[in-house]
Design a binder for this molecule. Sequence first.
Ligand SMILES: [Fe+2]
Length: 258
Amino acid sequence: MQIAHISDLHIVADTGPVGLVQPDAVARARALIRDLSAFRPKLDLVVITGDTANDARPDEYAELAGLLADLPIPYIVIPGNHDDRHLLRQVAGEQAYADADLMYHKRDCGQARIFALDTLSQGEIGGRLLPPQLDWLAQEIGNPFEGHTFVAMHHPPCAPRMGRLDKAILLEGQDALRSILDAQRQTVTVLCGHMHRPFSAFFGRSLVSAATSTAFQFELQLDAPHEPPTSAAPYHYVIHVIDAQGGHVMHRQTPDLS
Ligand SMILES: [Fe+2]
């Protein structure tokens, strides 16, 4: 089975320039949806780790809803710091949410199970995981499972060593999350976004795979004191292939977004 991971579409309803977001961000997101839809063998799930809209406006979520209506593949979506979780929840429809407000939930998909976490902390760029959500995760992830376990969240749980950007990761719940994941018998893969740059890391025993953005990407500047300049590097997303024995392989797919 195949799971694609994308993030940070930053859908904008305005046609003019909006901050760092490329003017053709919506067209690029639409091209990405086409690529995901056409991929063969057919994808089993798409995981979208937040920042779906840029300014959390209703018209941006209407645009997002139209895009996702063209995706013939089940998907998981969780909020990022640019999202409004109530508007996003209307787009995502009724899921098995474990909370009346937050969007954290579990999805089983063949040999994979995905714990989708909601790290949005209103008014902050960084994210937080508070005890009710961590308690839910600790209880649910402890249930026996023979396949591969993913945790999906917008904010990286560990710093990418990119200077100023390191201050905008998961700000609360980091140690508790690491303890929960390290206590599992099998290695967990953490899918995140937010940094607008792809990177991989180890977070305790867990592998972190951070997706980049279709809307804009940052140049690699390690330990930069300021926000790095944007980059014109080709966009890619990652396909996670899980086999019946729980084996896990990651491949880069570089779609044509023009
Ligand atoms: Fe973002």
